[in-house]
Structures are given as C-alpha cells and as structure tokens.
Design a protein around this ligand. Structure first.
Ligand SMILES: Cc1ncc(COP(=O)(O)O)c(C=O)c1O
Length: 239
C-alpha cells in the first residue's frame, strides 16, 4: 500500500493481521464508490496517545452512510472501542492517523442501494505527522468546482466524493501549487480537497459557510471554538 500500516487491523468485529482483511473484486464499493470513511488523528505526547474528538468522528461516520441508506451494522460503542483498541493492540507510541471505513460489499451490478445492502467495516492506522512537510504552503484556485448538494451531499464523507478532490489536486500540482482551492457552484470559495479553509483578515478569522458546499469539519469547529474562547472574532461568510 506504500504506507507503514500497523500489523493489526479491525475487520468486521475482529482484530486480524492485515493479510487476513480481504474483499472480492465484485465488491460494490470498488465499482461505485459506495464507501464511507473518517480520518481521525491521534497525538502522542511521549506518555499518552490522545485521539482527537473521537465521538464527533463516530457521529459523522454513521451520519454519512445515512444519506445513502448504507448501514453501519455496529454500535457507536463498538466502533469507539475498536478505534481505541486498534491503537492499543498495535502498541502505538507515535502520532498517527486512524482510518475507519465501511462499504457496500457483494451487491451485484446494482444501483438500488438500500439499508439491506451488505456492508463490511474496517479500521487501520499508520504513523502520521504533518500533512505538509513544510511550514506554509502555496494554494491555487482550480477550474474544477466543488460539487454542490444539488448533485450529491457534501456532508457525507463518501469514497466516491473524493474523485472531485483528486482531480482538483491533480490540477493544482500541475500548476505548481502545494494544494488546491475549490470554488463552489456560485464561484465562492468552498474548501480544499481534504481541508476546510480559513482566512485571517485584520485580526479576524473568516471561513466559508457550509452552504458553500464545505464539509462540516471537526477541525473547523475546533478552530471556531478555540478562537471564540480567545476572543478572536470568527465570521462564517461567503468568500
Ligand atoms: C473535503 C474535506 N473537507 C474538510 C476536511 C476536514 O475535516 P475534519 O476537520 O473533520 O477532519 C476533510 C477531512 O477529511 C475533508 O475531506
């Protein structure tokens, strides 16, 4: 896979070694992008591993699938224990990225996905530090637009949605930028391919509203709350 993946992963209720977590080529999600995922950071402080806002991630994890009637057939408690468990089982002593995901399994060539469609759930982790290995990056507006909720819901973290992020990233890199900035269907700033955007203007923080097709990011929410605690003005407005 090209990542230093942990030895153990969690697959449909069990901790197994990575080589035991396999799916057939007929898996629906491979053909149609019917997967739901989260990206969770955990930070090591030389003593403990702190998982960032686990409950919020699990809440969004379930909600994303509900947009499409894709079932997560495990309780929030089981998923939460599995996420913490995967860190413990792998004896993680470094900051890491945790990727829980569920996806439609063997369901034929079938576009009528219902809550009865079979799903698999998996979690893996790998060491992860900064997203960019430099302090300060360049970002460029790309010609591709962020999809709006008139086509597919931007609040659902679905595998298929990320084709938009991939094509935007390709264009930004081709143009010599570190990162892409996507505009929404009205031409206002939406977000980056996998990050929300804030601008700092005259000591104030400004970020696009969710109506600009931006994901309701958990980091975005943390930044808004921390800024307000520090008496820094935050405005959600079209940019
Ligand atoms: C499209 C998109 N926007 C924003 C974010 C940031 O969200 P969060 O802070 O919840 O990780 C992500 C992260 O996965 C994303 O994929």
């Amino acid at each position: 896979m090209g990542l230093p993946l942990s030895k153990y992963v969690w697959f449909d209720g069990k901790f197994v070694t990575l080589d035991k977590a396999n799916v057939p080529i007929t898996t629906h999600a491979i053909h149609y992008g019917t997967s739901v995922f989260e990206g969770i950071r955990a930070y090591w402080n030389e003593k403990n591993l702190f998982v960032f806002r686990l409950d919020e991630h699990i809440k969004r994890f379930r909600k994303s699938g509900q947009f499409y009637n894709i079932s997560l057939n495990f309780s929030d408690k089981i998923i939460s224990d599995a996420i913490i468990g995967i860190c413990k089982k792998n004896k993680i002593k470094k900051s890491c990225y945790i990727r829980p995901f569920y996806f439609v399994g063997d369901y034929g060539i079938n576009l009528h996905v219902t809550e009865k469609a079979p799903t698999n759930v998996a979690i893996f982790t790998f060491p992860f530090g900064d997203l960019f290995n430099k302090n300060g990056i360049t970002a460029g507006v790309v010609s591709w637009r962020k999809f709006s909720d008139m086509s597919t819901p931007p609040q659902a973290k679905m595998g298929g949605n990320y084709l938009n992020s991939i094509i935007a990233t390709q264009e930004a890199k081709r143009n010599g930028f570190d990162e892409a900035i996507l505009l929404d269907h009205n031409g206002n700033v939406s977000e980056a391919p996998g990050e929300n955007i804030f601008i700092v203007r005259e000591g104030q923080l400004i970020t696009p509203p969710l109506s600009s097709s931006a994901l309701n990011g958990i980091t975005r929410d943390a930044i808004i709350k921390i800024a307000r605690d520090l008496d820094i003005a935050v405005t959600e407005t079209e940019i």
